[in-house]
Structures are given as structure tokens and as C-alpha cells.
Design a protein around this ligand. Sequence first.
Ligand SMILES: [Zn+2]
Length: 371
Amino acid sequence: MRALVLHGFGDPTVEEVPDPVPGPDEVVIDVACVQPSVTECMLIAGDPVAMHDVLAARLAAGPTRFGGHEFAGVISVAGPGSGHAVGDRVTAVETAACGTCAACRRDRPDACPSPGVLGFTRAGAFAERVAVPAKSVVTVPDGVTAAQAAAVQPLAGALHGHAIAEVRPGDSVLILGAGVMGVLHTQVARHGGAGLIIVTGRSPAKRRLALAAGADAVIDATEDVHAAVLEATGGIGADVVFETAGGMPSAGLAGTSTLELAAQCVRRGGRIVMVAVLPRHASAPLGLLRERAVALLHPRSGAGGYSPGGSAFEQALRLVRRGYVDLDCLVTHRLDGVDALPKALEITRDKAAHAAAGPAQVSIGPWDAAA
Ligand SMILES: [Zn+2]
């Protein structure tokens, strides 16, 4: 089969590799659609984000398969005890706890220190076929497209973020950033009973997307956001702030200034959810947070940490199928064939330069099991 092989940082090629050989508790999925995550794009480019050192060590040893955990496909090989059948349309939770460590034995798979991660610790879906543990497979309901199912992992993350924020009916919600996570959090907040929803964004196109996603008001991120939020909330600030804008400026993100902004805009005793991924030793306004008794909450990273059984994925797919959440609005670039993977990485890494709302998706194989 053909698959993406990384020869060095910034040097991905598509070439012939051996077909995946499934283990006893695994299935093989023919990939229908896959999209790169921003983190994968940054790692492939050589940016010093989490896992960079692991990938650097692997590349020093030679070319390696890397990436591909947001995908959907059709099962082509399934053992009798797998609970799945050939022809099933599926996606998969990318992280699987090891099952044997002290945390796993105490029924805390979310605390497993060495989980298997699709595309990181094992070959992922930047390929025509991928083998995954049967327990990680999530069935995709009829009526959901391959493109939607491939994009469901970040939506599951937004559901998790909404849950840990304990958003109550009528709570005012401020979402910093109108990128993919900002738009998904907006839709989840709207569906989840939030009251006033305010979203900030730098570009008019992104602010329009946020309004269409259910925001009551949008604020130009280059203007005085703090003043606008105080005015909109009667002078007290937002009950909950989702910080989705911070991160490495080299990836088009807002650095650490947005956490400071979040600490100013949240009400006393409110909650901030740090969706953005910051460098390990990024600075934080701890005195301000303490003074205002603000809770700073961190979602678990990796869907396996918050959805080891796939329930958040199943709920995300349900919301898409019922039309409560629109994932199609985030897909502006669709490419065809496995050979387009390097181009998809290039577009997703610099979405602004390509006027892309979300990751570039690549259609690889058929979705209709009968095809
Ligand atoms: Zn474990």
C-alpha cells in the first residue's frame, strides 16, 4: 500500500510500504478520509512542541511512519471476537491505555503513563490502510459522511472541555479564538444550554463563522476585548472562558497574551478552560487568578484520556447526524488520493496563507461499503 513516510523534519513523502498486519485483537480499516491535526503538522515541520524529542530520536534512526489519527474508513479485516464486521463504517479513538500498568489495573485508564497512540506510537491513517485495536473502534451511524467522521475527534474534545467547565443553563461563555476549536466550542455551548456566547477572532471571515455557529456577539480580537466583554456582561465578566487562541506564533497562534486576557475577562469565581496548548514553561497571571478566585481547568490531552470507551466520540457523531453541530463549515480544502497528504500538511500548517477554515482533508478510499 502507499503511505506517508517522514525522512526528516519537513520532509514527508508518499511511498510504497508493507500492508498492516493486524494483531489478534485488532482490525484493519481501509482509510476513506483523513485530516492532519495542527499538532501533527507542527511536529512534522520540526517545531519544538510536545513529543518533538521522541520524533527527533526516531528520525535519527531512519525514516519513520508518523501521523494520521483523525480519520474514518471501512473495516476490511476483522477477527470473530472483535465485535465488528467487514464493511462497517468506523472511526477510532486514537489513544489506548496499556491495560497492564498500576493505573490501568486500578481502573484509571486516563492516568496510564504509556498509552498507545495512533500515528505516534503506532502507524496511523496517513495511509491506504491502518490496523487499530478493536476496542478503540467507534461505529459511525448512517447519514454521517466520511469527511464528518474524520473531523469528529476535535468535536469530542470540545464536548469534554464543555463538560469539565460545568457550563450551567444560562451561563455566559466567552470563547477566545474563532479557529476550529473556537467554532466547535461555540456550537457545543449553544447546544449545551449556555446563555450569552461571545467569540473573539482576528479575521472577519472567522467572526462570520462564529456567528453562524451560534455566537450572540463577536469581537475583533485586535480591539479592546476586555472592555467589550465587561459591557456585554453588565460589568462582571464571563462565567466561563474557553481559551483556544494561545500557542506558538509560528503556527499563527496568539502566544501567551490570551491567557492574561482570559484572566481579565472571566468573572470573579469563574472558570477558564485552557484549550490552547502552550509551551511547558509559558508564564501565567497566577496572582490575578488567585485574587479573583478563578479556576484554571485543563482538558486531558488525547481522546483516550477522556473517552477511553469512545462515548464522547459517539455523542459527537450523534450531534453531527442530528444536525446540531456543523462540521462541514470547517472544511474548505478537500484533496484527492493518498499522494496529496504532503499538500494537506502544508495547507493545515498555515491555514491563514491558504484561506483554510480548518484542516485540509484527503479522500483516500471508498466510504460506501458496497462500492
Ligand atoms: Zn496503563
